[in-house]
Design a protein around this ligand. Structure first.
Ligand code: DC
Length: 219
């Protein structure tokens, strides 16, 4: 069984995907962590994320592994655990830019699908229901008001020690959204058969309850 959850940044995808996976006893796949790892590697190598040729040339030198231990996703890049380095604003921006490169998306596709072969999975990202697992029996597309999304993302960043103005978080989120929605390779778009949930006024627990009702009807 694959449950696909897509939507823009700040809608609460990761929180509800983790909760749902643990309630169902499914694996949790954070596809954004893979794009972030490529973004991080690009920054480490001093490559401009927009430089498609240089980014493409780096891919064969990368070895990415994703594992879930104690409900936490661990990503190792060339043997080093980089989990703690993936959520900075610089890596968010680089991930969004490299994720528009078709070669990067093609390189990450089999890595994501392999995890889907390991058992039942709750997978979250931008194109999980449309490209990675188009045959997933259950798909969700999460949305929320831009102000709510900016506020959520801002709190996360501040909690992680990044002190900044909310206007900056809001502008970065809007920029990333535009890029994710307007790129030609697998843009952020809802699958035709996705269940839409607006999370603006729902707690994570309420979102998960709605999802559980849909998933258990399919089990
Ligand atoms: O979900 P996230 O914020 O961790 O994702 C980081 C970036 O990766 C996001 O800006 C777009 C990209 N991404 C993608 O293009 N496709 C996915 N399935 C997941 C993430």
């Amino acid at each position: 069984m694959i449950v696909a959850i897509d939507g823009p940044a700040g809608v609460g995808k990761s929180t509800v995907a983790k909760l749902l996976a643990s309630r169902l006893g499914f694996l949790y796949l954070d596809t954004g962590a893979l794009y972030r790892s490529v973004g991080l590697a690009v920054l480490h190598h001093g490559i401009q994320p927009h430089d498609e040729t240089a980014v493409g040339g780096l891919l064969p030198k990368l070895s990415l592994k994703i594992e879930v231990a104690n409900h936490t996703v661990h990503v190792s890049l060339n043997g080093k655990d980089v989990t703690g380095e993936l959520r900075t604003p610089a890596v968010s921006a680089a991930a969004s830019i490299v994720s528009a490169i078709p070669e990067v998306r093609a390189w990450l596709l089999p890595i994501q699908r392999q995890i889907g072969q390991k058992g039942s999975v709750v997978a979250e990202g931008r194109d999980v229901g449309t490209k990675v697992f188009p045959a997933a029996p259950v798909k969700f597309f999460l949305e929320a008001d831009p102000t709510v999304r900016a506020d959520r993302r801002h709190r996360e960043l501040v909690a992680a020690g990044h002190s900044r103005a909310i206007e900056q978080t809001s502008a970065e989120l809007a920029g990333r959204d535009n890029r994710d929605r307007s790129r030609s390779a697998a843009p952020l778009v809802a699958a035709d058969d996705a269940h839409h949930i607006d999370t603006s006024r729902l707690s994570a627990e309420e979102v998960v309850e709605r999802m559980l009702a849909v998933v258990t009807a399919k089990l």
